[in-house]
Design a protein around this ligand. Structure first.
Ligand code: FPP
Ligand code: MG
Length: 297
């Protein structure tokens, strides 16, 4: 099925009849397709299924093409990003093409699906703007951080689950709630891996979030438990790319047992996701949560 979705994306691109677009698009590395896997796990068969998944994946790709420019990131999924190969202008324009084509195709689907996805893109963009503004200074506000990640990461995952349920004729609200909680857990796990995993496994430099100005949950928790003098040291390392900062941070995350605290937070949202679809009898969706949060960090 995932191969069929990739073929559909390719045929949407081919329909644009533009060799430069095809050339640029050929450098995008396919991801894990989490959103499509969710849709398929909720609705295994429907005539609009492949189109819906291709649309969602193209919107996800568009947002990452723009995000890599915003974050000045040269690597995506372990490979050079489109902006690294062809420059920022091309990455932005390719993102626009993907986004526009996806929306054109979206108009052919059920209006509830079109509204769910387009609303998620508003939230996605709102989240990215908050992310950029929050990177101006060290953020200590946990609620603000959660709102940002709900918008930036959970919204499209929630909409994907909701749309899968709409196609399958299921209670879409329950699945949207599942997707939202899964998305929050997913981002918290991602925040953790940025700190605990080696660069070779991450496909990008380790501990890059704090350097990019992202005060993710582990940093907010560390700030909360530190005495005043050490808070000042933590803040002084914000956006700094220094070996000394990495060493200090690793030591203090250990000293104050921050990682298990954040793992527990991710599991809380994972459990909420499972609770949202209890009695729906979808073991596949429960497995998605479990493999994401019950793992080594
Ligand atoms: C990755 O965040 C970014 C997103 C998930 C959303 C980006 C959204 C936009 C750029 C809004 C525009 C949307 C469209 C459809 C054109 P990250 O930088 O924390 O993650 P990363 O480590 O994967 O880069
Ligand atoms: Mg980024």
């Amino acid at each position: 099925m995932l191969e069929k979705i990739r073929e559909k994306i390719q045929s949407f691109i081919d329909e644009l009849h533009h060799p430069d677009i095809s050339h640029l698009a050929s450098k995008i590395t396919s991801g894990k397709m989490l959103r499509s896997k969710l849709v398929l796990a909720i609705c295994p068969s429907h005539h609009a299924l492949i189109d819906l998944c291709a649309i969602i994946e193209m919107i996800q790709s568009a947002s990452l093409l723009h995000d890599d420019v915003i974050d000045a990131s040269d690597i995506r999924r372990g490979n050079p990003s489109v902006n690294a190969i062809f420059g920022n202008k091309n990455s932005i324009m390719l993102g626009d093409v993907f986004y526009a084509k996806a929306f054109f195709e979206l108009t052919k689907l059920d209006i509830r699906i079109a509204q769910s996805i387009s609303n998620a893109v508003i939230e996605l963009s709102r989240g990215e703007i908050s992310d950029v503004f929050m990177a101006e200074s060290f953020n200590t506000d946990k609620a603000k951080y959660f709102q940002m990640l709900q918008d930036k990461t959970a919204s499209l995952i929630a909409a994907s689950a909701e749309c899968g349920a709409i196609l399958a004729g299921l209670d879409s609200q329950k699945y949207k709630e599942y997707g939202k909680n899964l998305g929050i857990a997913f981002q918290i796990v991602d925040d953790l891996l940025d700190i605990t995993q080696e660069a070779c496994k991450l496909g990008k430099p380790a501990m890059s979030d704090f350097k990019e100005g992202k005060t993710t949950l582990p940093y907010i928790y560390l700030y909360e438990v530190l005495p005043l003098s050490e808070r000042k040291i933590l803040i002084s390392y914000f956006k700094k790319d220094k070996i000394e900062a990495y060493k200090w941070l690793k030591e203090y995350f250990d000293k104050y047992h921050i990682i298990p605290l954040v793992v527990a937070e991710a599991r809380k949202y994972g459990d909420l996701a499972i609770a949202s679809i209890k009695n729906e009898n979808n073991h596949l969706l429960e497995e998605v949560v479990k493999t994401m949060i019950y793992r080594e960090f």
